[in-house]
Design a protein around this ligand. Structure first.
Ligand code: SAH
Ligand code: SF4
Ligand code: F3S
Length: 476
């Protein structure tokens, strides 16, 4: 399962172009300080959380290091979304065993969703682990480290209804200095039947909008030019100030962040098809600096399966959302999806509905997975995981092949057109090329010329692959 679901995602090529996601933390001069090494797995929220953990640990006197070998404390910020995500972490723990044998005083902590799912059981299953901390327990980490230093195993997996870490200034790990994530909410109140997230991240809660806008402004002043507002379901963001009855919606938050500067690009993820409103689409249309790109996971193109998944919309509703996006934001608006192949009882015809929905939506990208049953979820309790592995795999590969074709078709539309690109860095393929994203989140590669990271440039697209646009800079 590992190879299929993790490596065949269409976006991987573009992501590589942008540089690996922040896998390890920054180095710094740390004379006399203890060193922390953090490795992150899973979604952007986990990467963002690692930056909060680094800030908490820095306040406790730890410096960060980018090599596990140098660390006094190693944290793995883990994901539990599919079985293979957990296997990856277990394999990594095996690798770390050697280090721990050589240096028994080395502390290993498990953070994030797998830690929350397995709780103290992890300590029994993985002897190398000293600390287990769930996503809402990160303020407590220095105390847990102290406990572990004194020889006890330390666990905090308490889930909070309030914690948003709003006052903590994240330490940007492995940052390109141009793009950054801002968490705007935590948890999830949707109960998609296949999904472990409500159990690992708890109830949904939104963060104070002032702290979000402040963080965006600080990033802009520090030279950043793009922020991605993160939440499992950003469209259900809501904040009611104390003593007030007026609620700040996601559309209003988006507008406030967009007003920080016209030169600060705004992205957001993830949108739930049932919650994204016209107000959000109109706000996107109103501001040039809100990127015209929406990640709108479908999960399936068949209404019966969507009902079993408890997604609360059906095929028709989803298709009308796509129509609405195209009507308000035009045909060029980038749209991507998540899709699950081989959910419980999915028939061949129902799988075909997924393919036809994809054709209709003409997605730019996709993140595609074989269904992986997660213990304790409604689907695991109620439905049999009855699609044979080879059938899941074949369906997944059909979905992926179709997405490859759609991505290529969508990218070809841009050939001959000029795109505004925010430069993120040097292309991984060659020092002589730069790369950055256009409005629709497509990676664009072009010769370096006199430009540098953080500049906006106009690029005429001359060629493309399914994952990347290629071009040359032109004067505006
Ligand atoms: N909050 C986001 C998704 C978060 S999880 C949303 O609602 O869209 C990211 C993706 O992982 C999901 O969209 C889904 O496609 C996939 N996923 C979640 N649970 C899964 C499971 N049990 N098996 C396979 N894929 C799963
Ligand atoms: Fe999981 Fe559904 Fe919540 Fe997304 S919206 S995190 S898929 S429960
Ligand atoms: Fe994984 Fe947790 Fe994100 S399960 S996908 S790290 S919310």
């Amino acid at each position: 399962m590992e190879r299929i679901t993790e490596t065949l995602t269409i976006l991987t090529e573009a992501d590589k172009e942008a540089g690996d996601l922040p896998k390890v933390s920054e180095d710094e001069l740390a004379v006399g300080k203890k060193r922390l090494y953090i490795e992150s797995y899973g979604c952007q929220m986990n990467y963002s959380d690692s930056e909060i953990v680094a800030a908490v640990m820095r306040n406790a006197g730890f410096a960060t290091t980018s090599t596990a070998e140098e660390a006094d404390v190693i944290f793995l910020n883990t994901c539990a979304i599919r079985d293979n995500a957990e296997q990856k972490v277990r394999n990594r723990l095996k690798q770390l065993n050697g280090l721990k044998k050589r240096r028994p005083e080395l502390l290993v902590g498990m953070l994030g969703c797998m830690a929350e799912r397995l709780k103290a059981k992890l300590l029994e299953e993985e002897k190398i682990v000293d600390i287990v901390a769930g996503p809402d327990a990160y303020r407590d980490i220095p105390k847990l480290v102290e406990e572990a230093e004194s020889g006890q195993k330390a666990v905090n997996v308490f889930l909070s209804r309030e914690e948003t870490y709003a006052d903590i200034s994240p330490i940007r790990l492995n940052s390109n200095g141009v793009t950054a994530f801002i968490s705007i909410m935590r948890g999830c109140d949707n109960m998609c039947s296949f999904c472990v997230v409500p159990y690992t991240r708890g109830r949904e809660r939104s963060r104070d909008p002032h702290s979000i806008v402040r963080e965006a402004r600080d990033l802009f002043e520090a030279g950043y030019r793009e922020v991605t507002l993160l939440g499992q379901n950003v469209d259900s963001y809501k904040w009611t100030p104390e003593g007030s009855t007026e609620t700040v919606t996601f559309a209003q938050l988006l507008e406030s962040v967009a007003r920080v500067s016209p030169d600060l690009r705004i992205r957001f993820s993830t949108s739930h098809p049932k919650d994204i409103t016209d107000e959000v689409l109109y706000t996107m249309a109103k501001f040039d600096n809100i990127c015209k790109y929406i990640h709108l996971p479908a999960q399936s193109g068949n209404s019966r399966i969507l009902k079993l998944m408890n997604r609360t919309y059906d095929r028709e509703w989803y298709l009308r959302k796509i129509d609405r996006i195209r009507a308000v934001l035009g045909d060029d608006c980038g749209i991507s999806h998540d899709m699950i192949a081989g959910f419980c009882s999915e028939t061949e015809e129902e799988h075909q509905d997924t393919l036809s929905l994809m054709e209709y939506a003409r997605y730019d990208y996709g993140y595609m997975f074989a269904y992986s049953e997660r213990p304790g979820t409604p689907a695991a309790k109620k439905y049999a995981d009855d699609i044979p592995y080879d059938v899941k795999l074949r369906r997944l590969n059909e979905i992926i092949a179709l997405q490859q074709r759609l991505s290529l078709e969508r990218n070809r539309r841009h050939i001959g057109k000029v795109h505004r690109v925010l430069i993120e860095g040097t292309s991984k393929r060659s020092e002589d090329f730069l790369c950055g994203r256009n409005d629709q989140n497509k990676m664009v590669v072009f010769p370096k010329g006199r430009y540098a990271k953080g500049d906006y440039v106009n690029v005429l697209v001359t060629d493309c692959t399914a994952a990347t646009l290629l071009g040359e800079t032109v004067e505006s």
